[in-house]
Write a protein that binds this ligand. Structure first.
Ligand SMILES: [Zn+2]
Length: 131
C-alpha cells in the first residue's frame, strides 16, 4: 500500500505533467521551427562529404535521444495511469510503498530502489558467467 497523502499525489502528478510537457515540446520539432526561419539559412549548402557523415551520426544521436524521451513519456503516462487507478506509489514488483523522497526525485518510478537494483543486476551483466 502507498502511504501518500492527497497533497503528495497532487504534487507528484503536477511534476509528472510538467515533465511530460517538456518532453513533448522537445519531441515536436514543428514547435521550434515555425517562427525561426533564419536557422535554415545558416546551414551551408556546399558541405564536404565528411561533414555529411558527421551529420548522419548526429542524426542518429538525436534519434536515440528522441527514443529515450519517448520511453520516458511512456513511463510518465504509466505513472499517471497508476495515479488514476490508485496504485501509484506502490512498488509494482514487491508491493511495498515507494518512499516519497524517491518519488520526488523520480516521479515516474514504478518500483522501489531494492527492486530497481535487482532488475538492473539481472539486465546489466549478461556475460558474467565467464568470470
Ligand atoms: Zn519493490
Amino acid at each position: 500500500m502507498s502511504n501518500l497523502t492527497p497533497a503528495n499525489l497532487q504534487e507528484l502528478e503536477s511534476a509528472l505533467l510538467q515533465r511530460r510537457q517538456e518532453l513533448q515540446a522537445r519531441l515536436d520539432p514543428e514547435m521550434h521551427r515555425s517562427d525561426e526561419p533564419d536557422e535554415l539559412v545558416l546551414t551551408e549548402p556546399d558541405v564536404a562529404d565528411d561533414n555529411a557523415v558527421v551529420a548522419d551520426v548526429l542524426n542518429d544521436t538525436d534519434l536515440a535521444e528522441l527514443e529515450l524521451d519517448l520511453a520516458v513519456i511512456v513511463e510518465i503516462d504509466a505513472a499517471l495511469g497508476r495515479i488514476k487507478a490508485g496504485t501509484y506509489g506502490t512498488c509494482t514488483a514487491c508491493e511495498e510503498a515507494i518512499p516519497l523522497a524517491r518519488l520526488r526525485a523520480m516521479p515516474s518510478a514504478h518500483c522501489c530502489i531494492a527492486c530497481q537494483e535487482k532488475s538492473e543486476q539481472r539486465q546489466g551483466f549478461p556475460h558474467n558467467a565467464s568470470l
